[in-house]
Design a binder for this molecule. Structure first.
Ligand SMILES: C[S@@+](CC[C@H](N)C(=O)[O-])C[C@H]1O[C@@H](n2cnc3c(N)ncnc32)[C@H](O)[C@@H]1O
Length: 341
């Protein structure tokens, strides 16, 4: 562990500070949206402090669509595999999906989270000190000893690993140490993560994922249409906060997003911009969240949502072929994204 700690505190650490800061940004926004009722998450308040300032309604609606979209794809995968699968949440930050799935009786065989060692150390410290978070992990473990140090926890159903996603041999070694099973259908999630890597680094990660599992699905949420004026402003705002979108080149269009997946080992790829996804969400749910706060900047909401997308790719297996059919079907008007009414 001392060796990996030394590795992780190299000069890269200083450069990555802005990227690690995005964990705070995303989790503060999620916590704020939860606090005013956009969706239910009884765990986030234990991992994330309440933001001092209010977040704008368009930001909250954007996060609602993001969380809803990613969660629908996760649930489709879990249903299709009857939870006989594993989930790898890469760049998970303070994500609480593991605990929410447990409550819903939808836990996969094993749920892995990966993030930078510094982020993992913080999350792990909180998990250990909050029974609400730690107890479910212990209860599911059923064995005497738990593998745990400051930068990693491995239990029967949940593992959290401090690793740099750009160092694939380190990533694979740590995942294998935590009993990742390459034979199990595997869902990999990158929610606002790939854009912080160079196109080459994200392509390598995507290729590694495609080649590591026989049956797999990759879900990616991130920026799109970044070539226009609005996209340029987003880039400049982040740069001012020392956060470089090193991978923005791949975020030109839905096509460039799908191409990256198809050119790096995935057999099928789909993508939808978040405005389109928002317009397909269940009407009753949209009415409910739209009544939470008044929004007068409808145009801003639309612009914002048109600059994010949800992509998913599949590889191998009859089961996953089914998932893809379902996703495509649902895009046309089925269960995952019901049609506009
Ligand atoms: C914008 S946050 C999103 C967090 C979480 N996925 C969510 O949506 O709430 C990006 C996360 O990716 C992590 N990340 C980015 N690049 C990484 C890398 N090379 N290795 C490990 N984690 C990385 C950051 O530390 C951060 O937690």
């Amino acid at each position: 562990m001392a060796a990996s700690l030394r590795e992780s505190s190299s000069s890269r650490d200083v450069d990555d500070e802005g990227v690690r800061g995005t964990c705070e940004d995303a989790s503060l926004c999620k916590r704020f949206a939860v606090s005013i009722g956009y969706w239910r998450d009884p765990y986030i308040e234990h991992l994330v402090r309440q933001s001092k300032e209010r977040k704008a309604p368009e930001i909250n609606r954007g996060y609602f669509a993001r969380v809803h979209g990613v969660s629908q794809l996760i649930k489709t995968f879990l249903q299709k595999t009857e939870c006989h699968c594993q989930i790898l949440n890469l760049g998970a930050g303070m994500d609480t999906t593991f605990w929410k799935l447990k409550d819903e009786g939808l836990l996969p065989s094993k749920y892995f989270e990966v993030d930078f060692p510094m982020i993992v150390a913080r999350k792990l410290h909180t998990i250990k000190s909050k029974p609400l978070l730690f107890k479910p992990i212990i209860e599911l473990h059923l064995e005497d000893t738990l593998q745990i140090d400051g930068y990693m926890l491995d239990s029967k159903r949940y593992a959290i690993i401090g690793a740099d996603l750009r160092d694939l041999s380190e990533l694979e070694e740590k995942l294998k140490k935590c009993n990742m099973n390459t034979q199990l259908p595997t869902l990999l999630i990158t929610e606002c993560v790939l854009v912080y890597m160079t196109p080459e680094q994200s392509a390598n990660l995507i290729k590694w994922a495609a080649n590591s599992f026989e049956t797999a699905m990759f879900v990616n949420y991130e920026q799109v249409n970044m070539d226009d004026r609005f996209g340029q402003i987003m880039i400049e705002n982040l740069r001012r906060r020392q956060c470089d979108l090193a991978g923005v080149e791949t975020c030109k269009s839905l096509e460039s997003q799908k191409d990256r997946l198809l050119l790096n080992g995935w057999e099928t790829a789909s993508a939808i911009n978040m405005m389109e996804l928002y317009s397909r969400l269940p009407r009753a749910e949209v009415n409910r969240i739209e009544s939470l706060e008044f929004l007068d900047e409808l145009e801003l909401l639309e612009q914002l949502m048109q600059h994010y997308c949800l992509c998913w790719a599949t590889r191998g297996g009859h089961e996953l072929g089914m998932i893809l059919c379902f996703c495509c079907f649902d895009l046309e008007g089925g269960k995952v994204f019901p049609p506009k009414k």
